[in-house]
Write a protein that binds this ligand. Sequence first.
Ligand code: HEM
Length: 111
Amino acid sequence: MDIVYSALVFLHLLGMAGIISGFLMQLITGNAKSPKVILHSALLQLLTGLLLVGLAEMGGGGVDHMKVGVKLVVAFAVAIVGTVNLRKPATNLAVAAGVLAILNVAVAVFW
Ligand code: HEM
């Protein structure tokens, strides 16, 4: 189970990098593929985050439900902003997704 958990953390960190990369891509280059990078990475975060929580609970480790709840709400917000940004790309939407993802990194590290 340890290797599965580590693989999920690995993907979770790559997903975080994906959102930040997509946000910077859109901001700096305006590349048409940026919104897809942001949205797919946001969905990866939701999936891997929920699986991490499930595995931690199954392993009896338990998680801080308040912290996970806040991360879930912020990650949903990134996915919603990412969806709107895919339909009609806009710099302010990409910035919102990037800032929210950075907020979730802060929650993950400092909470
Ligand atoms: C934009 C979305 C997200 C970002 C940017 C993000 C970022 C991060 C980062 C940077 C870490 C590593 C922190 C550390 O090891 O100290 C982490 C860990 C974690 N995240 Fe997220 N996260 C996101 C969404 C979620 C969601 C939606 C959940 C679950 C509902 C979640 C659950 C977790 C858990 C359980 C860990 C702990 C892994 C461990 O170190 O054992 N994350 N997250």
